[in-house]
Design a binder for this molecule. Structure first.
Ligand code: GAL
Length: 501
């Protein structure tokens, strides 16, 4: 037999063998579409966070996230003095006059009925990010190619796609907007951002909030001008423009101080925290220094509303699962107003500007990603091109029962309950008296996973609900078992709510 025929036969044999193996045996995760609930109900519903915070006297903006067949109209009872609600858009603006905890009764009416829910407005010092921030950040899709038009397009798409109606609020510009300092020291935007104040006004006119990025060092990570020695002035400039969120990325600060002592890590963040406190505007403070010096242990102390716990994520199973499943133990440092941040979401069209492509995570892996990030109380910052959302990505990001885990007002992130041969169980208590449980299969084979009552600290017969399917599964005693595909997840809620709206 000639060498060519031998090769042909061998090739044929290998392809027959490969075809007869399951994806798990070949180590390739099949990109099958998992069954998840799709689309919004036509009946009105109020979604997203149930609690928001503000400093009295500072500008306030909050759009009530609501879905249902329109036109929708909004009413609110018990708004604190200083705030007004636009009944057509559901946008609350103004500035709260007096510190306090206000319980506002919101009602939304639509073509198919009405819905009511309480929204707590906490007015006082340090009341931002009482639930993890939700929104979009430019880096994972546009990186250095970000400009004013793309930010406006992201804000438009946030509304048009319906994502804002599920609670996504922030539109965050990452690195690469800076040019240089003027003679008076004020930071000047580059030509791609002709008017930052006009951009903020545009984003606010939609009921959304605008975020920006800087570094405590002289340069940002992409080599643009950082805030070193200009922290106070920069914070005032951000306030003047109408910025609502600052990602403060360590980068070249290492050239100023090589951190050794805990205080070396904290110092640059303390300086900016002080500057933000006195700039006249509420600006959420997001620390980015990749987990150095165990930032989770002191992020709150230096005024951080969230802090990156890891290096940069990318859209591969190794990166996403490596980061996500290594968060165990950090949960005890997070809570309302201060969150661990395992980095942004890598779903949809991502690509860091050069190479925009659909996330290389399989659909099943993306369900794992969003389930885990919700359980972890991570910020939910979408990193994709918002103008090209497909139905699967939209469904993944707008499941209100999953979002309710991320935004649970109790704010107790999940920890790992067990890990047996790649089957991991994570759980967290919820404010309504139930518990959320994630069953994950990180192994290469499809496998059965069991959430055992004894390990979860519960007893007796309990109702179980599948959150991705939005479906009651029945009552279970002792344990709930599910077959989970390789790299997949099931997210359930166990128990009967003891607290309702
Ligand atoms: C990295 C950071 C990324 C992005 C980038 C911008 O340090 O982790 O999320 O902000 O800098 O240059």
């Amino acid at each position: 037999m000639s060498r060519f025929v031998c090769q042909l036969l061998l090739g044929l044999l290998l392809s027959i063998l490969a075809a007869s193996m399951t994806p798990a045996q070949t180590g390739v995760v099949e990109n099958a579409l998992p069954k998840i609930a799709s689309g919004d109900s036509l009946k009105p519903s109020i979604n997203g966070t149930r609690v928001t915070g503000t400093t009295p006297g500072k500008p306030f903006i909050f759009m009530i996230p609501a879905t249902g067949e329109g036109p929708l109209t909004f009413t609110a009872k018990g708004l604190p003095s200083g705030l007004t609600l636009d009944s057509k858009t559901g946008i609350i603006t103004g500035s709260v006059k007096k510190a306090g905890s206000y319980v506002v009764s919101i009602t939304v009416k639509g073509a198919r009925g009405q819905a009511s829910r309480k929204l707590k407005i906490e007015a006082g010092d340090h009341k931002l990010a009482l639930t993890p921030p939700m929104g979009w950040n430019s880096w994972n899709c546009w990186a250095g190619a970000i400009d004013d038009a793309k930010v406006r397009a992201a804000a438009d798409a946030m509304i048009k796609s319906g994502l804002a109606a599920h609670g996504y609020q922030y539109i965050n510009i990452d690195d690469c907007w800076e040019e240089k300092r003027g003679d008076d020291g004020e930071i000047i935007t580059n030509a791609r951002f002709p008017d930052m104040k006009a951009l903020a006004d545009y984003v606010h006119s939609k009921g959304l909030k605008l975020g920006i990025y800087s570094s405590p060092g002289p340069k940002t990570c992409a080599g643009f001008t950082g805030s070193y020695k200009f922290e106070e002035q920069d914070a005032k400039t951000y306030a003047k423009w109408g910025i609502d969120y600052l990602k403060y990325d360590c980068c070249s600060y290492g050239e100023i101080v090589r951190p050794k002592e805990p205080e070396d890590f904290k110092k640059p963040y303390r300086i900016m925290d002080k500057a933000l406190d006195s700039c006249g505007r509420d600006i959420l403070f997001s620390l980015c220094q990749y987990g150095m010096g165990k930032v989770w242990e002191w992020g709150e102390e230096v005024g951080g509303n969230c802090w990156r716990t890891t290096g940069d994520i990318n859209d591969s199973w190794g990166s996403m699962s490596g980061i996500g499943f290594s968060q165990n133990g950090h949960e005890k440092f997070a809570g309302p107003g201060h969150w661990n941040d395992p980095d942004m979401l890598v779903v949809g069209m991502v690509g860091w500007s050069a190479n925009l492509h659909p996330s290389r995570l399989s659909y099943i892996e993306q369900v794992t990603h969003i389930s885990l990030w919700s359980l972890l109380s991570s910020p939910m910052l979408i990193g994709c091109d918002m103008t090209r959302l497909d139905q699967f990505t939209t469904d993944l990001l707008t499941n209100d029962e999953v979002i309710a885990i991320s935004q649970d007002p109790l704010g107790k992130p999940a920890g790992r309950i067990s890990d047996n041969q790649g089957i991991q169980i994570w759980s967290r208590p919820l404010s309504d008296g139930t518990i959320a449980v994630g069953l994950f299969n990180t192994s290469q084979q499809d496998a059965e996973a069991a959430a055992k009552w004894s390990e979860l600290g519960i007893e007796g017969k309990k109702p179980v609900r599948d959150l991705w399917l939005k479906k009651d599964l029945g009552d279970f005693s002792d344990q709930y078992t599910a077959k989970i595909p390789s790299h997949g997840a099931v997210l359930i809620k166990i128990g009967k709510p003891t607290v309702t709206d």
